[in-house]
Design a protein around this ligand. Structure first.
Ligand SMILES: [Zn+2]
Length: 132
């Protein structure tokens, strides 16, 4: 069964496994499970794979959230000290809250670019199904 771009994007936005649509499971709180418990697809693709999730997290925090704080300060809606405090607070708290979703966005963007890497699209001989 082929997983379409639309299904990958839809599953990613809902924090679902891009391969089977099951929930993304985080083992030990904040760490993404090594593989999907529903379909067995492995998430770790090698050293540094986690950097993609960090890029999503950093990017959304710095380019999606903090500009609003800066604009609010520039427009005079909030004072500069409040803006600095808000920026520091959001810069620390938001990435922690957004961490799991950033993993979902990373897996989604990875498999949207490389859909044939998805085990459901590559067949059961795919390395993502093999145990090490
Ligand atoms: Zn799955």
């Amino acid at each position: 069964m082929q997983v379409t771009f639309r299904a990958i994007a839809s599953r990613g936005l809902r924090m679902r496994c891009p391969n089977c649509g099951g929930p993304l499971v985080f083992a030990r709180g904040m760490r993404l499970a090594e593989k999907c418990p529903a379909c067995g697809a492995r998430w770790e693709r090698g050293n540094g794979f986690f950097l993609g999730a960090m890029v999503w997290n950093y990017g959304v925090t710095v380019f999606g959230l903090l500009p609003f704080v800066v604009l609010a300060a520039i427009s005079g809606w909030i004072s500069i000290p409040i803006a600095i405090g808000l920026g520091i607070g959001l810069g620390i708290v938001f990435p922690i809250l957004f961490y799991k979703y950033s993993w979902s966005l990373w897996l989604t963007s990875y498999y949207l670019v490389l859909p044939n890497e998805l085990p459901a699209n590559a067949g059961e001989e795919h390395p993502a199904f093999k145990t090490r």
